[in-house]
Design a protein around this ligand. Structure first.
Ligand SMILES: [Zn+2]
Length: 749
């Protein structure tokens, strides 16, 4: 009895545990087990001493992750688990044969493996994540030992899965990665783990423990259930463009502490791109991606390397866009602007005086303006465009602490945005005397221009998005849909309006100011000709000294929206500690913003719309180059941002096309003749009618003509060429400027 007892107990307990697990949803198995237990119980108990239950897990295939156009960003491929059932090994010789053979194929220690073969078990995992090629060798080996030694059932292979990210380091901070058991550890893999992971299946086998020739008592297989797939709001093309330019800005500006960019659809809160650089490769997340850091760690004493590696990994996995808090600086000024407009504290007659500094209240130290000589008397729009701190100090005191905090809360800074990614940080705001939001006068003096409190980049871009979304604050999200392996929609995300923060009227006013700011104010570096863009720069102190030069370092950022007449997207570019020639938002983050917008807007199908003044800006009046040396004339043409084409072998320019003093569109071509071929160098004017701007531009280039675009376009409809200044078929000199007038297509279907 002493020997028999525990075995019976174990067998019973196994049965009960199984019943509990299987009771929901697996009726047939449950019924079978109930039958076994109820009707066969006495018989089974009698046999129990010779029986064991083998319970094998079948891995579930983890769901895939797609971009919004169905491009695969993460997927699971089949690999294998190699398992042994040492219970079927009867002699020590057999154990050694199996241990040595498998150890060789799987590159394992044969002594360790031999120890495992000593266990009386049906299921011991020997190695996981084995590629199919190796698995085939294992199967071959199993066949071999069967025919040679009659060893059967001792080796098995079970399907398993391996996570892979086909685009490598692409969107690493957003996607995250999985652990050795395919469990989500960071990013979306962690956030949506319960959906992605699926349900493992199992094989339950009751077998006779004595011999290999006894038949199974019963076997039940429960198929694994694949995990659900995620479709993201991220767009692979947009994300690539963003990553490219964020990386470029980090290199060009010697950014010490990484950078990021976030783009959202202002109307829905859907995140179109989130570039965090330098990132890591989710295929190999434990590898230090930054070569410089890697080398630094290797040069450390051995006992310090673990900690340094751990710190470096934490840093590279950190999603700066949502986990960092930073002092926003002047990017915050549009929020203060919206607050004073909403409270009707400012009208067209209001003027803010700047003498170069301001004493915010009696007894306080003066707060300086970046323009030492002062901006003088300014309207609200001018104060924003000048990014004049003294003007914003005045606005703070017009509002008062309570109202200021009210708008801070309304714009979403006091709460997490609720984005569906792990690791989102809270803001850090004034809480004097332990009261959240309570501000002393010194706080109120600097907060309106975004100093001395901290928010996340994500919070900032959502507030800017609210300005571009008729004053409605949205909740950002990255997953638009969850589907099962048959494509059925399990869950889809509906855009969520958090609240109406300010009126549409006020939002439109601030938007107009931001557009003006990008055309002729401090945000000019973010301007893209042909597109209506609004933006604001920010340069803020970090109160850290990363390069030990004795001064605080800076964060350079730029936030903006486009197109201003009907905003679709908002973009924030953010660089932590630029140590290059400049640390200003305008020169570090502005070009990054412009570069991203200039590629993303055409990709999104937003047509260029030139204003009259832009059209003028787009042309250059050329000089008379006749009589000049070829080199000299060529340099003069280049200086005018035009291309020079030289015809003939002479040293002196004899004639030119277009004619002297005519207007040539920027980027156009001037032909300089050093021989008398000008008269015979002609081209035929093609038909531009019905073409889009880019098509017309391409055709003009192919035909050897310069093209000037004309027309006024207002709404978001696409435009087509309607009129051309020189009719088709006419023969003209190469380089002739032709004006093509574009008109808006009708809205009528
Ligand atoms: Zn000023």
């Amino acid at each position: 009895m002493a020997k028999k007892g525990p075995t019976v107990m174990l067998w019973r307990r196994s049965l009960i545990v199984l019943l509990v697990i299987l009771i929901a949803g697996f009726g047939s198995v449950t019924a079978r087990l109930l039958y076994l237990q109820t009707y066969m119980a006495p018989e089974l108990q009698k046999r129990a001493v010779n029986q064991q239950l083998a319970d094998t897990t079948i891995s579930a295939k983890r769901g895939s992750i797609y971009d919004r156009n169905g491009k695969v960003l993460a997927q699971s491929a089949t690999v294998w688990k190699i398992v042994i059932a040492p219970i079927f090994l009867e002699t020590d010789e057999e154990r050694h044969i199996v241990a040595d053979g498998l150890a060789k194929i799987l590159e394992l220690d044969s002594e360790e493996l031999y120890k495992k073969t000593l266990k009386k078990s049906y299921y011991i995992e020997v190695k996981r994540q084995v590629e199919t090629e190796t698995r085939d060798k294992v199967l071959e080996f199993a066949k071999d030992i069967k025919s040679k030694y009659g060893i059967v059932q001792a080796i098995d292979t079970v399907e398993d899965f391996k996570r892979s990210y086909p685009l490598n380091e692409f969107a690493g901070s957003v996607l995250g990665f999985v652990g050795s058991d395919s469990q989500g550890l960071e990013g979306l893999e962690a956030q949506y783990d319960e959906y992605l992971t699926g349900k493992p299946g199992r094989i339950i086998t009751a077998q006779n423990a004595i011999g290999t020739n006894m038949p199974y008592q019963y076997q039940q297989k429960i198929e694994a259930q694949d995990g659900y797939n995620l479709t993201l709001t991220l767009d692979e093309t947009i994300q690539r463009i963003m990553e490219k330019y964020v990386k470029q800005a980090i290199v060009e500006n010697k950014v010490a502490n990484r950078g990021c960019a976030i783009m959202v659809n202002v109307k829905t809160g859907a995140v179109l791109g989130m570039a965090v650089e330098d990132s890591f490769d989710p295929n190999d997340p434990f590898d230090i991606a930054d070569e410089k850091t890697k080398k630094e760690i290797e040069s450390l004493p051995e006992n310090e390397q673990d900690q340094a590696t751990s710190d470096a990994l934490t840093k590279q996995w950190r999603n700066k866009a949502i986990s960092d808090t930073y002092t926003p600086g002047s990017v915050f000024k549009p929020v203060t602007t919206a607050a004073v407009l909403s409270e009707k504290l400012v009208d067209d007659d209001t003027r803010f005086n700047c003498t170069g500094s301001i004493i915010p209240y009696e007894g306080a130290a003066p707060i300086g303006c970046h323009l030492f000589s002062g901006h003088g008397s300014q309207t609200l729009t001018e104060a924003l465009m000048n990014s004049c701190n003294p003007a914003y100090v005045q606005m703070g005191f017009m509002l008062g602490a309570e109202k200021f905090y009210q708008y801070y809360v309304a714009f979403g800074f006091s709460e997490k945005t609720g984005i569906d990614l792990p690791g989102e940080s809270e803001d850090i705001f004034f809480d004097q005397d332990g009261v959240e939001g309570k501000m002393y006068d010194i706080d109120l003096a600097v907060a309106p221009f975004g100093q001395n409190f901290q928010i996340t980049p994500m919070q900032m871009i959502m507030a800017i998005s609210a300005l571009a979304n008729d004053g409605k604050l949205m909740q950002p999200y990255t997953v638009s849909q969850i589907t099962d392996s048959d494509g059925n929609v399990i869950k889809s995300t509906e855009p969520t309006v958090k609240r109406q923060v300010i009126s549409k009227d006020v939002a439109d006013q601030v938007l107009a100011m931001l557009e003006q700011n990008a055309i002729s104010g401090g945000a000019k570096n973010g301007y893209v000709a042909g597109y209506r863009i609004g933006g604001k720069t920010g340069t803020s102190e970090t109160h850290r000294d990363n390069n030990n030069d004795g001064t605080d370092d800076y964060i350079a950022s730029f936030a903006g929206i486009a197109p201003c007449d009907d905003p679709e997207i908002a973009l924030l570019c953010y660089f932590d500690t630029p140590l290059g020639d400049s640390y200003y938002g305008a020169s570090v983050a502005g070009p990054c913003f412009r570069n991203i917008m200039s590629e993303v807007l055409p990709y999104l199908g937003v047509e260029k719309k030139y204003s009259e003044s832009e059209l003028e800006n787009l042309s250059t009046q050329i000089s008379a180059y006749g009589g000049m040396a070829v080199d000299e004339a060529s340099a003069a043409v280049s200086n005018a941002e035009l291309k020079a084409v030289i015809k003939g072998d002479g040293d002196t320019v004899i004639s030119q096309s277009p004619d002297p003093y005519s207007y040539v569109p920027k980027g156009g071509t001037v032909i300089l003749y050093t021989d008398d071929s000008a008269e015979s160098d002609t081209v035929t004017v093609p038909d531009f009618k019905g073409l889009s701007m880019s098509q017309a531009s391409d055709l003009a280039t192919q035909s050897g003509l310069n093209i000037t675009i004309s027309g006024t376009f207002s709404s978001d409809d696409s435009v087509t060429a309607e009129v051309q200044s020189i009719e088709k078929g006419k023969v003209v000199s190469r380089g002739t400027v032709i004006t093509v007038t574009f008109e808006q297509k009708s809205n009528i279907m």
